[in-house]
Design a protein around this ligand. Structure first.
Ligand SMILES: [Zn+2]
Ligand SMILES: [Zn+2]
Length: 470
């Protein structure tokens, strides 16, 4: 059943957005004529569901005998400022006439009770001001002018009022008897078995177990083909069937319920909106009581999320959008251009969810922060003390420059000895070979070998003894 309700709601919402025909806007609320939608039951059989807009007007005993509750009315039709209303449930339990003797609508005791006792008990003066005097056409006897009256057999079979299926049993005409009406003896039935096999009919009877009332129509019943027997009054059964009252005289039946109808002037402020009621017993509130909501889709920085709220009274759902997150999930910063002491650099990071790129400027480095020093690795010169013979004119001397175990290649090394500086470049083994030519005399010399350092490698020096012998 649930999925039909969901379907129905969506159809109704679409309809309420699109349809403005036959509606009137008062008190910032637009009341609509009944809507009828056709759905499929679990056996793929078509069935219709009517939804009536509802209003509150007046108060009457319903849930108990001591205090009055707001009376909910179904809107059968809207025509300009006129609304034709039928009580949502059976409000009382009274015979059509106090005696067994035949009576037309104009003569019966129920009509005078409705227009005096009930009228005064249920409505205050401003509510009475909203109730219009209706000219009521009757099949037998005089037409009447009534504040409150009952539907006729024709009105209760009028599709425009939300009763599309003729006089046959159906949900459209079914109405609960209030607890108060039951306490006065209103007849309701309990069905233990499903008398129909289709899902819709099963559903219908399942709902009837909850205590639908039988309710009077104002129409005088018929004796075979003639509406002449004023001891037989038409009524609607608890299953929604319109009974012609052919079997017995029922005018004084004390267990039939009263489901009043009336016309009101919508320009009055006495009424208030009461949501909707559908023939499948679903309903919506005028003002929903939304729960805290459930996140149905989490918001990210890429997409908005959604949250679904459910009304704790009528079960209606609504979805709200959760705005996109403004915070991102970034990678680490990556330097796209290194800063130097003379120019700023740039860095960039990317959101792993939405791909958004963020770029920032890296400020110029101060001298101390210069990458030449901060990123340079330590170096070490390996050079040995060495002997040469004095007669050797060119003394070849090799040193090695390494950073840890890694040779440092292609860098300039200097060797200063005896007042002269030689330079040589390291090869791929980190070796630099000097051709020393200024040591022509015997003696002990101290040579200073220096690597000046660069942006990658730190400076290092080493002193060695070079001895020149005979
Ligand atoms: Zn609600
Ligand atoms: Zn993002």
């Amino acid at each position: 059943m649930k999925r039909y309700a969901v379907m129905l709601f969506s159809i109704l919402f679409a309809a309420s957005l699109l349809l403005c025909v036959g509606s009137v806007k008062v008190q910032a609320v637009t009341l609509k004529n009944p809507s009828i939608v056709t759905l499929l039951d679990d056996d793929d059989e078509e069935y219709s569901v009517t939804t009536w807009d509802c209003v509150y007007l007046g108060h009457y005993y319903q849930s108990n005998n001591n205090s009055k509750d707001q009376i909910k009315w179904r809107v059968l039709s809207v025509n300009g400022n006129d609304a034709f209303l039928l009580a949502d449930q059976c409000l009382d339990c009274k015979p059509y006439n106090d005696t067994d003797s035949g009576a037309t609508w104009s003569e019966c005791s129920l009509r005078s009770w409705l227009n005096s006792t009930f009228y005064n008990a249920a409505f205050n003066s401003s509510e009475k001001g909203a109730i219009k005097s209706s000219t009521v056409i009757n099949n037998v006897g005089e037409n009447t002018k009534d504040w409150i009256y009952l539907l006729s057999n024709e009105e209760v079979e009028t599709a425009a009022y939300g009763f599309p299926d003729g006089h046959d049993f159906d949900q459209f005409r079914q109405a609960k008897a209030s607890a108060y009406a039951k306490s006065l003896g209103a007849r309701t039935y309990v069905y233990e078995d499903d008398r129909y096999y289709s899902s819709y009919k099963s559903m219908l009877y399942a709902q009837m177990k909850e205590g639908n009332g039988e309710w009077w129509l104002r129409t005088t019943g018929r004796d075979m083909n003639n509406y002449t027997d004023s001891c037989r009054i038409m009524h609607v059964g608890d299953d929604g069937f319109v009974s012609y009252g052919m079997s017995t005289d029922n005018i004084n039946d004390k267990q039939t319920s009263v489901r009043p109808c009336l016309h009101i002037d919508l320009s009055s402020n006495a009424w208030s909106p009461a949501g909707t009621v559908s023939s499948d017993w679903s309903f919506t509130c005028a003002n929903h009581t939304w729960d805290k909501g459930v996140e149905t889709k989490a918001a990210t920085c890429k997409e908005a999320g959604t949250k679904e709220f459910t009304c704790s009274i009528c079960g209606m759902k609504k979805t709200e959008t959760i705005p996109k997150l403004t915070s991102h999930t970034y990678t680490e910063w990556i330097t796209t251009k290194a800063a130097t002491t003379s120019a700023t650099g740039t860095k960039e990071r990317t959101c792993t969810v939405c791909g958004e790129k963020q770029t920032e400027i890296i400020p110029k480095l101060t001298k101390k922060e210069d990458t030449k020093k901060t990123t340079a690795k330590a170096t070490k010169i390996t050079a040995k003390n060495k002997f040469y013979k004095v007669k050797k004119k060119t003394k070849s001397y090799t040193v090695t420059l390494k950073s840890g175990k890694t040779p440092v290649m292609g860098v300039k090394i200097t060797l200063k000895v005896n007042g002269k500086t030689y330079t040589a470049k390291t090869n791929k083994k980190g070796q630099a070979t000097f051709k020393i030519k200024n040591l022509k005399k015997k003696g002990k010399y101290t040579a200073t070998i220096t690597f000046a350092g660069n942006k990658s490698y730190k400076k290092s020096t080493k002193k060695v003894k070079i001895t020149v012998k005979k």
